[in-house]
Write a protein that binds this ligand. Sequence first.
Ligand code: GDP
Ligand code: MG
Length: 150
Amino acid sequence: MERTFMAIKPDGVQRGLVGEILRRFEAKGFTLVGLKLMHVSKELAEKHYDVHRERPFFPGLVEFITSGPLVAMVWEGDGVVASARKMIGATNPLSAEPGTIRGDFGISIGRNLIHGSDAIETAQREIALWFSSEELVSWQPAAVAWLVES
Ligand code: GDP
Ligand code: MG
């Protein structure tokens, strides 16, 4: 079953949007299989954003991600990687469509509330980076028969 990694960044936590964001993915029908509130180390932040290491915004990004608690999560479901990216919206919240998380709640690229894996392979790498296998819970929601055809 397809899984994706997402993180509610420190701005989302500080602004009290944790419940709202979790609600959207729950209501959509995806299954929560991993969840933790944590303070991220500089080492983990740098590893997570390794592809952006040479970008000018990298130091500020790492400082921001480590500046306060963050909610790390793993969600499961058919097509969850691409669908969650759509629900998150464009990187710059000013360009993100209304109805998306960034489009509804943000105004700045440096404070865009949430991270989501951009591809299945990236999701696998990020899930392994952020969660141990014991922290991931495999389960089947009772509503599954009302969400997907068998
Ligand atoms: P994402 O996959 O939509 O999160 O976007 P990227 O992978 O391109 O960038 C990763 C994160 O770096 C973004 O979510 C932003 O938090 C940050 N970022 C990207 N571009 C910029 C920028 O031009 N300025 C600033 N301040 N942050 C940026
Ligand atoms: Mg990205």
